[in-house]
Design a protein around this ligand. Structure first.
Ligand code: SF4
Length: 480
């Protein structure tokens, strides 16, 4: 996948002026965020679960080697094989080798962000192996040849009409006059097209939401059941996942699952939760005869012991995306890679490099909602601030931006100058917005008003109100 994170500002400008994208993104707040709120209200112990999950993952991260080795031992005992891959390239080559050993022509894939991260689809295609995405959202963006728009709902940025158009274009052997106006028709067509592909596939590739060290199992969660078909129908099942997904016990997995579904989609539990332990046993009718786990590091161990270690607790629930005003305005593709929203703004510079992704940590108003809703208590704003500091220190951001930061630092360190400038600015903006109460454009900062008008400032600044209320309070005390 071509990384377009260096062009984040251009991507974001394009996104805010796309009315169809804004229509599609509008549903995130109502559906995902609204459902999450209700689901959490029904679980009084939610905060206790979060605390427990946070300390559990912290413990796992500092003992990652022990749990991963235990996991490998258990996978071997159950008849499977673990492949350790330090880079994306090593992971791609390992998967290709496994596919070639099986003489695979087609592979079915369930949704896996790590396979997006290592750009597996393009690599397999360029080696004459056809990857078929079986998650409906992933299938849609595969047809559109686009990056995922959201880590949980990859095609969330597409409207119903855009999806129907893609289906008419790509499903050429179906009746061109069929109706795809109803979402149910779209889902039914997607399922029907995929059914035969499951049967044709030589290898099934899935991700894993968690890896259980004590049993060597992969826990895979979907709402469509497509992972179950991808892993059980082909003769070979390959799990591709990040090393940070390991947890000690099955019971820990249940704790995580209770947090994951509620935080992601507001469900009590995802529709399908599958625990896979090794290939099929003797006498079993279903399941693959070979089971491989490709453990991808790709920069993760470098984060252990750094100010970015906390991001390794992420369970990819997407709650931070669903509550982020920046993500809500521009969607995931503007971030230019696999991971988007606040978690992407932290993870992308870590897994690519800061030069490539330095714009992303600046794409935040620091309102703090992401940290507030994160089931793993990940301090996302703090880590974005660390990236900003690094970008500043390493002189990665533009000279103009650096000058603005320096001026701002000077002004805020001198209260008198701050007050003078803010009062002058407020009077100026009040004058030019007198009639409508809105500012359609800001001099020298047009980016702020590119996709929206700003409300006019209040007649009195906060510090003026604060001083006058303090004076009133002091006078009252004197007269008592
Ligand atoms: S950072 Fe937190 S809220 Fe965001 S995806 Fe990860 S676990 Fe979910």
């Amino acid at each position: 996948m071509k990384i377009t994170s260096p062009h984040f500002q251009k991507n974001a400008s394009k996104a805010v002026s796309d009315p169809l994208l804004r229509e599609a993104l509008g549903l995130i707040e109502t559906n995902f965020a609204g459902n999450r709120k209700e689901a959490i209200a029904r679980l009084p112990e939610f905060d206790d679960l979060r605390d427990h999950a946070k300390s559990l993952k912290d413990h796992v991260i500092i003992n990652l080697d022990l749990y991963l080795e235990r996991f490998e031992t258990e996978v071997k005992k159950s008849g499977g094989t673990v492949h350790w891959c330090s880079s994306a390239e090593e992971a791609r080559n390992t998967i290709l080798k496994l596919c070639k050993e099986k003489r695979a022509r087609t592979v079915t894939k369930a949704k896996s962000m790590v396979t997006e991260e290592i750009d597996l689809n393009h690599f397999l295609s360029s080696n004459n192996i056809e990857p078929i995405e079986t998650d409906l959202g992933e299938y849609i963006i595969q047809l559109a040849n686009e990056a995922p728009g959201h880590i949980v709902a990859p095609a969330v940025h597409k409207t119903k009409a855009q999806i129907a158009e893609l289906f008419y274009k790509h499903h050429k052997d179906l009746d061109p006059d069929r109706s795809l106006n109803d979402p149910a028709d779209i889902v039914a067509e997607g399922r029907a097209v995929m059914r035969q592909r499951y049967l044709d596939a030589d290898v099934g590739i899935t991700g894993a939401n968690f890896l259980v060290a004590e049993t060597g199992s992969a826990v895979i969660v979907t709402n469509e059941g497509n992972a179950d078909l991808s892993l059980s129908l082909p003769k070979t099942h390959i799990v591709v996942t990040g090393i940070e997904k390991v947890i000690p016990t099955v019971e820990d997995g249940l704790t995580m699952l209770r947090l994951l579904a509620r935080s992601a989609t507001g469900q009590e539990f995802s529709t399908y939760t599958t625990v896979v332990t090794g290939p099929k046993r003797e006498g079993e009718l279903d399941g693959p005869s070979a089971f491989h786990v490709v453990l991808v590091d790709n920069g993760r161990t470098d984060l252990v012991g750094t100010e970015f270690q906390d991001i390794l607790r992420c369970i990819r629930c997407g709650a931070c995306l669903n509550h982020c005003p920046v993500f809500g305005a521009i969607g995931g593709q503007a971030y230019g890679w696999v991971y988007s929203g606040p978690m992407g703004a932290v993870l992308t510079p870590a897994l690519t490099d800061l030069q490539t992704a330095h714009h992303l940590p600046f794409a935040s108003s620091f309102c703090g909602r992401c940290e507030e809703v994160c089931p793993m208590h990940i301090p996302l704003p703090k880590m974005m601030r660390h990236w900003r500091e690094k970008a500043f220190k390493e002189r990665i951001n533009l000279t103009r931006e650096r000058m603005i930061v320096r001026c701002w630092a000077f002004i805020t360190l001198h209260p008198k100058i701050y007050r003078l400038i803010s009062n002058l600015a407020a009077s100026f903006f009040l004058t030019i917005s007198k009639k409508s109460g809105w500012l359609p454009s800001l001099p020298l900062s047009r980016g702020w008003t590119y996709g929206r008008d700003l409300p006019a400032p209040e007649e009195q600044a906060f510090h003026t109100l604060w001083r006058s209320s303090r004076r009133t309070h002091e006078n009252q005390q004197v007269h008592k």
